[in-house]
Design a binder for this molecule. Structure first.
Ligand code: PBG
Length: 347
């Protein structure tokens, strides 16, 4: 038993000595483990969500997302440059308007001087094609009631009126330089309406990353602080019930039919079975969004010393890729890519 194979009872009778199959042989050292690893998490597969806030002088920390900030507009060039240098696939921009610019219709979403539109232009001017510039097409950041669309007299989100606004918003984002627009409001018909609006505007090369399966989740909590939104009521009439997976497949198929170039599942961790099912169903790339609450749980437990932060991040991102996501949206994208570049990340 003193051979390099450690505790194996080589040469002695009994025990496991006669084993033909010893799976541990493929785990003997880190070089072997790296060689046989089935899953990689490369920077090009990661997308960094970025919050840009109107009227900020300097970055403002988001207390429920330690390490994540709202950026001022004039920081966007350098945020994008760093992301490109780290080799990330893209950044997903979320606008945070000043409180006094919110209204029932979310008008600042369409305004040329709306914060998201200014940020898209600033980033695209700086970065060209070195990084994919993506935009959230949704109204919750811009409405005073915090819903993802405009409301009927009864206070329900009005599907068709909202879709018209999304279509106009996508045109504004494309004109501002977005490579990819990402409708996240879960309105019926949003992908088709956006596709035809983009095509009408001549933006045939602008891609749609559709939030196909987006669940009504408690894990969005910290995002509300991140975008300064307080929601009246809940989103259960448009986001999906966590109980359902076939419904997600139906939503995803409708999005692909309507022209989605990439489909997304969100949140990621509580829905890895959905990620797998979607991956097996469609041939377009599948993205999964490792959302604010999932980020916050790891950071909070790590800050308490209850889990190993780096190992938990590795396991989180690897599990989402292993489940079948081609792309992962994660607040750890920049950190992960820097580690990876330094040769320390999972290859
Ligand atoms: C909608 C949108 C949300 C997130 C991304 N896009 C919030 C919501 O639907 O309630 C959440 C992202 C996160 O929690 O990290 N604009």
């Amino acid at each position: 038993g003193s051979s390099r194979s450690g505790s194996n009872l080589s040469g002695s009778a009994g025990g496991a000595a006669g084993l033909t199959h010893r799976p541990r042989r493929l785990r003997v050292n880190s070089t072997m483990r790296a060689m046989v690893a089935e899953t990689s998490v490369a920077p090009r597969q990661l997308i960094l969500p970025v919050f840009v806030a109107e009227g900020l002088g300097e970055p403002r920390p988001i207390s429920s997302m330690p390490g994540v900030v709202q950026h001022p507009l004039d920081a966007m060039g350098s945020v994008a440059t760093q992301a490109a240098e780290a080799g990330l696939g893209g950044i997903m921009l979320f606008g945070v308007p000043r409180e006094d610019r919110k209204d029932a219709l979310g008008s600042a979403a369409l305004a040329d001087d709306g914060i998201l539109n200014l940020a898209l232009r600033a980033v695209r001017d700086e970065i060209g094609d070195a990084l994919l510039v993506m935009s959230d097409v949704c109204l919750d950041e811009f409405t005073d009631h915090g819903h993802c669309g405009v409301l009927t007299a009864n206070g329900v989100v009005d599907n068709d009126a909202t879709v018209e606004i999304y279509a106009a918003m996508a045109q504004v984002h494309a004109a501002a330089g977005a490579h990819v627009v990402a409708p996240s409001g879960m309105m019926d018909g949003q992908v088709g309406a956006i596709r035809s609006a983009l095509d009408t505007a001549g933006a045939t090369d602008v891609a749609i990353m559709a939030y196909g399966a987006k669940y009504a989740s408690a894990f969005y909590g910290p995002f509300r602080e991140a975008v300064g939104s307080s929601l009246q009521g809940d989103r259960r009439t448009y986001q999906q019930d966590p109980a359902n997976v076939r419904e997600a497949l139906r939503e995803v198929l409708l999005d692909v039919e309507q022209g989605a170039d990439v489909v997304m599942v969100k949140p990621a961790l509580a829905y890895l079975d959905v990620v797998r099912a979607v991956r097996e169903l469609v041939s377009v790339p599948v993205a999964a969004y490792n959302i604010s609450g999932e980020y916050a749980m790891v950071e909070a437990a790590a800050a308490q010393g209850w889990i190993d932060r780096e190992a938990a991040i590795d396991e989180t991102l690897t599990s989402i890729r292993r489940a079948g996501a081609d792309l992962v949206l994660t607040y750890w994208a920049q950190e992960w890519a820097q580690k990876w570049r330094a040769g320390a990340g999972r290859g």
